[in-house]
Write a protein that binds this ligand. Structure first.
Ligand SMILES: Nc1ncnc2c1ncn2[C@@H]1O[C@H](COP(=O)(O)OP(=O)(O)OP(=O)(O)O)[C@@H](O)[C@H]1O
Ligand SMILES: [Mg+2]
Length: 384
């Protein structure tokens, strides 16, 4: 187990050279795309910048962000597979910027697990140790200990093709584990799996983490993964950290609209240009008093952007009128997609009433006032 400290990491990839081998036009198009990226220097694309993060011993940290936000670049720099353009990486207090990957005491687990298909589970687990020329008896002892820990002893003679997805994941984790790494690095390890299996793999990974207490840095673009797995989520955009905190912190106090709409399903409803007066907002024909905590923050503003999660509306006979556009029935919930004038919004209601909602029907709902989020109308930054 180890801790990791990242200080002002920067990664700059040089622009595509238009003198490359693969067709001039392709190279020019690629270069044009790279030059249009949000952050560039004269030399190249800035994939990661101002990236500072402390990861504690035993912590499970999830790097979350859309495609191209720099997650893999951070992970590869930590692993030593990619050079660091600027900044410092420390592991247990020691600078490791120039330490070669095999000496970093980290284990990386990839998307496809890259198990050796012709090897049994035993040989897959033993492979990294045999590579280190460890004596046979010691290899056997280690492999059996890890297999026991991961409850895989009965599977040792099987080949990867004879394993379930979860067992393959365990084998990949086991193979990383035999070397006693200080940190596990995982890049979208479950993105190939179907949703049901993914849910089970998540449970399993959580369980293993609880049992072993390993430090894990996990990359995903899936907010559900992040909310369920992480002790802490680090949300990225354009190579920078937007917000880092516990899943609850990000869900309950998103720093800005980007974070607010990235996390949570269905997505948070966003209402723009909502008038504020005397501590009240006027939303779709109803005056709603703001709680004290955000009243002050909204003071002096004529209009704000209001965010309300679909799960934070409740039925209210004197509430906002919404016309049912369409509905979705999901497990114990019903998602009502409503219209009010030009606004479209979503409300989640429990299915307990058993009553089906029909298109065109009017429903009345009110937001829970202490669950309302206000954002600055121009910058999108949270107002409290
Ligand atoms: N080897 C490379 N050479 C040039 N540019 C690169 C290279 N690798 C990544 N980039 C660019 O750096 C940026 C960040 O890429 P990165 O792979 O870190 O994103 P990511 O968050 O992992 O995305 P994804 O979710 O798609 O895997 C992107 O704009 C990408 O095009
Ligand atoms: Mg990636």
């Amino acid at each position: 187990m180890s801790e990791l400290s990242l200080e002002n990491l920067v990664k700059i990839y040089p622009f595509t050279s238009t003198r490359r081998l693969f067709g001039r036009k392709q190279a020019r198009d690629m270069l044009a795309r790279e030059q249009a990226m949000p952050y560039t220097t004269n030399e190249g694309v800035i994939a990661v910048q101002q990236f500072s993060l402390e990861i504690k011993n035993g912590e499970f940290v999830v790097l979350l962000g859309p495609s191209g936000s720099g997650k893999t670049s951070v992970l590869r720099m930590v692993a030593g597979l990619e050079s660091v353009s600027d900044g410092t990486i420390r592991m247990d207090g020691k600078v490791i910027n120039d330490t070669p990957p095999p000496d970093r005491n980290m284990a990386m687990i990839f998307q496809n697990y890259s198990l050796y298909p012709g090897f049994t589970v035993y040989d897959n687990l033993a492979y990294p140790l045999r590579n280190l020329h460890m004596p046979r008896a010691q290899v056997d002892e280690k492999v059996r200990a890890v297999a026991g820990l991961l409850e895989m002893t009965p599977l040792l003679d099987r080949r990867p093709s004879e394993l379930s997805g979860g067992q393959q994941q365990r084998t990949a984790i086991g193979r990383a584990l035999v070397r006693d790494p200080g940190i596990f690095l995982m890049d979208e390890p479950m993105s190939n799996q179907d949703p049901a299996l993914k849910a089970r793999l998540r449970e399993e990974l959580k369980r293993i983490h609880r049992k072993l207490g390993t430090t894990i840095l996990y990359v995903t673009h899936d907010q559900t993964d992040a909310l369920r797995l992480g002790d802490r989520i680090v949300l990225m955009q354009d190579g920078m950290i937007v917000q880092a905190g516990t899943p609850q912190e990000l869900y309950q106090h998103p720093r800005n609209l980007y974070c607010a709409t990235f996390l949570g399903t269905p997505q948070m409803n966003v209402f723009r240009g909502i008038p504020v007066q005397e501590g009240k907002i006027r939303l779709m024909g109803r005056d709603i008093s703001l709680p004290e905590s955000i009243k002050k923050a909204a003071g002096g503003m004529a209009a704000v952007t209001v965010g309300i999660r679909p799960v934070h509306f409740v039925p209210d006979p004197r509430g906002i009128e919404g016309t049912v556009d369409y509905t979705e029935s999901i497990e114990a919930e019903c998602h009502l997609h409503l219209k009010h004038g030009n606004e479209a919004f979503t409300v989640v209601v429990p299915k307990t009433s058993g009553r089906p909602y029909s298109r065109g029907e009017t429903v009345r709902v009110m937001p829970e006032t202490d669950r309302i989020h206000l954002f600055h109308p121009q910058t999108g930054i949270r107002l409290d």
